[in-house]
Design a protein around this ligand. Sequence first.
Ligand code: SAM
Length: 222
Amino acid sequence: MLNDFLRLNPEAREKLVKDLEKKGIFDKNVLNALLQVPRELFLDPSLFVRAYDDMALPIEFNQTISQPYTVAFMTQLLELKQGDRVLEIGTGSGYQSMILKLCSAEVFTIERISQLYHKSKSLFEMLNFNIHIELGDGSVGLPEFMPYDAIIVTAGLPSIPNELVKQLKFNGKIVAPVGDLKSQTMTKLIRIDDDKFTITEHSKFRFVPLIGDKGWYIDDQN
Ligand code: SAM
């Protein structure tokens, strides 16, 4: 089914991927995944003309589909290998989940807004993409399917919760935007052993907030 959609705008995807290479994305698996996934699939038709602009775009319920550069940068930081088990926190449109899946990962994803959960679930089923999606508060992770090789948080959070670190395998990685509500630093944590980990910090980004027990408290009615 994805093949049918690949006829949508291949030249625009090629141009986007070339631009991402110029911006420093070098992981061939990541670039190849971005080449394969038509971003129109995740957008309202009124935004199709902007599908390959390298920018975040609005989806429903005041949420966003991340900028392609951000998706590529975060996925590259995860250094995924064939068969890695990955947890994504914040499914949103499902775009990042499909990029992870194409990077040879076993993907689990969790979304807190019921309508977005149902929409992404239907999209994965329609495209025959075997991605495990859950509805709930991902700020505490998804312990049922731990341990993970990698956890990616696609919403901004004040700090990396210990609950997430405990769900990683040794040598597993978390990539998450950490900061206040206005600006976050892309942060990569590698778990060394039971209670040791390393942290590296990368550039600044701006994400919608991770709302939940270990994220922000915001009463957004969703
Ligand atoms: N990865 C997404 C994509 O490719 O479209 C971008 C996600 S959007 C920037 C962040 C998402 O995180 C929103 O859909 C939001 O509802 C979700 N979210 C916020 N807090 C959450 C939580 N505690 N658990 C799960 N999802 C959460």
